[in-house]
Design a protein around this ligand. Structure first.
Ligand code: PLP
Length: 379
């Protein structure tokens, strides 16, 4: 039997009744764009996160783009982003017409490094060619970024702080949930994210009424209160009603799934902590466990040992963004962001989802241990 990296079929088997009923209701009422399920989901997402507004959008990438457009970000603006993230984070900056400035991460947290960020802001400000305008913090692998450190830095330099929470919906920090940690938060519902739909989808969370109104307008072609009173440049950035229906069904078991992910992370921690670096988990954090990513100098041997047993794994991400061809001209080249570069050489993500049997988790741990030992003995 195939062991999946993320088991969406087991989840569907459990939720089939609820999901099918929700989808059929949409087919019956026929309001495929901004139907009632979208509004229902938006209200439930905001309630879950503890913020005033949830606005459904077409993907996580569009959530970032719409949030930036709503802020009036564009040409001449410098936006600071971690170099170790998914490519959509800097791509959204360039699609908005602004310039990404890659900042190194901390090897201990995988997040943007606060001291490196401060240095980077000063350098850009002193150079004067671009205006420091925003920081996009990324809650990598489902662990919230260090908003306690980033919020005062953003305030000091009058920067907009956007949370790329594509991987972290459901996570919390000191009891505060994702959606209430930054002024604006972008979510993705790509199928393999902790809360995923059956296609592309996303949402933006905010407490700010004025920003929410702009986001509503921009996700729908820049419309005003009247549909054809076009007040600004917008995009087709709406969430489909069918995807909202799927998400409503899944939201009902989301808390329980988060607990199952947490349980699996605990099993991995217990059986792997003496042989590889296990993921960071500060005491105040409740991660959403989008990924369980280990660090090892024997990463490739571990991946080979897993594959030999038919067990999947993945590398998030094989290269930091300042070394990717599309973004290289915004970075300083190899050696300039050493932590991001080291992570990309050592990181490996293990299968992570709410439906894994304990014996499968133990098989994965055994294979990781075998892989790690196979090279240490040879060396
Ligand atoms: C998945 C992801 C995105 C993009 O989300 P899509 O819904 O695939 O567009 C953005 N940022 C991060 C960190 C992601 O993991």
């Amino acid at each position: 039997m195939d062991i999946p990296f993320v088991d969406l079929r087991a989840q569907y088997a459990r939720l089939r009744g609820e999901i099918d009923t929700r989808i059929r209701a949409v087919l019956d009422h026929g309001r495929y764009i901004l139907g009632p399920e979208v509004a229902e989901l938006e209200q439930k997402l905001a309630a879950f996160a503890g913020c005033r507004h949830g606005i459904g959008v077409s993907s996580g990438t569009d959530a970032l783009l719409v949030a930036l457009l709503a802020e009036g970000i564009g040409g001449g603006d410098a936006l600071f982003v971690p170099a170790f993230t998914f490519p959509a984070t800097p791509a959204a900056i360039l699609l908005a017409g602004a310039t990404p400035v890659f900042v190194d991460v901390s090897v201990d947290s995988f997040h943007i490094d606060a001291a490196a960020l401060q240095r980077s802001i000063r350098i850009v400000a002193d150079r004067g060619a671009l205006r420091p305008r925003a920081v996009i913090a990324v809650d990598l692998f489902g662990l919230t970024a260090d908003y306690d450190a980033l919020t005062p830095i953003a305030a000091e330099h009058e920067l907009f702080l956007l949370a790329d929470a594509a991987q972290s919906f459901g996570a919390a920090w000191n009891g505060r949930r994702v959606g209430s940690l930054a002024p604006v938060t972008a979510l993705s519902f790509y199928p393999s994210k902790p809360l995923g739909c059956y296609g592309d989808g996303g949402a933006i969370l905010t407490d700010d009424d004025a920003r929410a109104a702009l986001i509503h307008s921009i996700r729908e072609h820049g419309r005003g209160i009247e549909r054809y009173a076009i007040e600004r440049i917008g995009i087709n950035g709406r969430l489909d009603t069918l995807q909202a229906a799927v998400l409503l069904a899944k939201l009902g078991v989301f808390e329980e799934e988060l607990a199952q992910r947490q349980r699996l992370a605990g099993i991995y921690d217990e059986h792997l902590k003496d042989i590889v670096s296990i993921p960071p988990r500060p005491p105040a954090a409740r991660p959403a466990w989008a990924q369980y990513s280990i660090l090892s100098d024997h990463r490739d041997a571990i991946a080979a040992a897993l594959r030999k047993e038919g067990l999947p794994c993945a590398i998030h991400y094989p290269a930091p963004l300042h070394l990717q061809p599309a973004f290289a001209r915004f970075g300083g080249g190899a050696g300039t962001l050493p932590a991001a570069e080291a992570l990309s050489r050592r990181i490996l993500s293990l299968p992570m989802h709410a439906y894994m049997a304990e014996d499968t988790a133990l098989r994965i741990c055994d294979a990781v241990r075998r892989g790690a030992r196979s090279t240490s003995q040879r060396r």
